[in-house]
Design a protein around this ligand. Sequence first.
Ligand code: GLA
Length: 406
Amino acid sequence: MIKKVCFLCALFLTLQGKAQKFEGLALTPPMGWNSWNTFASNINEKLVLEMADVMVNSGMRDAGYIYLVLDDAWMAKERNSNGDLVPDPVKFPRGMKFVADYVHAKGLKFGLYNCAGTKTCAGYPGTRGHEYQDARFYAALGIDYLKYDWCNTEGITAKEAYTTMSNAIRTAGRPVVFSLCEWGNNKPWEWAAPVGHLWRTTGDIYHCFDCVYDHGTWKSWGVMQILDMQKDIRQYAGPGHWNDPDMMEVGNGLSAGENRAHFTLWAMLAAPLIAGNDLRSMTAETASVLTNREVVAIDQDSLGIQGFRYGVKDSVETWMKPLKGGDWALCFLNRGTSSKIVSFDFKKEEVTDTVSKRTLGSATTYALRNIWSRTSAGTTKKPLNIKVPAHDVVLFRLTAQQTKKK
Ligand code: GLA
């Protein structure tokens, strides 16, 4: 009876074009690992179990990376005779429930991928026309996160398609973080907050700092290119609904400084932190970037205010992010290929954030902590004079002295 009422309710909402996502699931940006950036379609049970183990053993889980998400290509090429999705029996010989249970037993949450179209981007069965059936399948498996892509969607509209799947998830009854992946084509930031918990703002990321990779019919984007595409949408992000500039390429061939810069900027953007590297073979340097708790804390700050580019001089950008308790994060990003000396006189800057209405004024003195060097760096009474290496960042946390708690 309850199921019937739920179904009718969801049908009504769908017809109205309204969604009723599960609230409270992503009050801070989701953190986890996703298979696509490194493994693409080459995924299998062994890989997932090993990744679950290493998420625990490497300290990733305890740093906050909770979601293990399998991207495209986990399915067999055809649905079964009932129209149900079938996990690829060769890649996943013990089925997906076994995998989900293993992941959960590690204290992690489990996610899967599908697509609003007839087929996924890699050519596996898409969900179109099977939304409620697939949502029930996911609920039975016990998944906690669904990434929902946008290939092969000719003739349907994004808002309706994502709303339908959101309602299907709701009706299936298991709380699932719903990750929209329509690449920002239909401005999801304007309509998706009631529908899902995060939405991609761009096409796919590429594992370079500053380049465009041309695939012929489409392009993927370097870290700096993706960063520039986040302009003018920060007011749409907040607890429960995040702009998603794509999964990270930290540890996928970037230099140490570039890894730091990429990770720092994602934290400044309050972006979902979804690692995309092979955690089993990551270097100590990559691990120390991904698990830097002070940077993670900036990303996960409970105010959920996306940071902004305050200024640009030469090749150096100044980024600011208001944090809880009156703190601020301040980041200098050097996009150039030679190191730069940066001066910043807090007495001469009056930073006002138009979105949060917060001001970083000279009336308040802040203590400065250099986060990557783990050192204190004086106060805002004195101008900063720092060197920012090429393709790197210097990141500070500012704590108002009079509000500092013991
Ligand atoms: C699209 C998405 C990627 C990935 C692939 C899988 O390109 O944007 O993140 O999920 O599909 O095929």
